[in-house]
Write a protein that binds this ligand. Structure first.
Ligand code: CMP
Length: 140
């Protein structure tokens, strides 16, 4: 299994409810290592660029407004097969469909306010990490 890095965001609904530590505990208990992390407020331009792939979707505006509505914690997670493993740990996008024990089942409020983001593929992970971190901020 490849040692991989994936990009994660703990979203404003979760930071507002003081869930950063609880989510980080779920990540670490599942065997992924948090090798970079910072709490930031992202700008509208950053959110629009980050979610550009969704710009024609009806929820795009709502998504961008939500992501700039409060602080987020951006992270790089590292481990064997980290991209797919983090998607398993997060659970389905819609918390109503997420499996028991996943972050979204435990904490997400709705399909929009769904507590966490994780990269969906290796190319996306590289792009998303580079949008928020320089290589010397990532310490494995
Ligand atoms: P994320 O993994 O960050 O990637 C795209 C996001 O769009 C997704 O999580 C959801 O938060 C959001 N999203 C997807 N579908 C909807 C929807 N129907 N309404 C609002 N937001 C959505």
């Amino acid at each position: 299994m490849p040692m991989e890095r994936t990009f994660s965001i703990i979203k404003p609904d979760a930071t507002a409810r003081n869930l950063t530590g609880a989510i980080n505990a779920m990540i670490e208990q599942a065997g992924l290592r948090i090798v970079a992390q910072k709490r930031v407020r992202i700008t509208k331009d950053q959110a629009e660029a980050f979610y550009a792939v969704h710009k024609e979707r009806p929820f795009f505006r709502e998504l961008v407004d939500f992501m700039v509505s409060g602080p987020v914690v951006v992270q790089v997670l590292q481990g064997d097969n980290a991209i797919l493993r983090y998607r398993d740990i997060m659970g389905a996008t819609d918390p109503a469909k997420a499996a028991a024990g996943t972050i979204r089942k435990s904490h997400a409020k709705s399909i929009g306010e769904n507590s966490v983001h994780g990269s969906d593929a290796p190319e996306t992970a590289v792009k998303e990490i580079a949008q928020f971190f320089s290589e010397n901020e990532i310490v494995g």
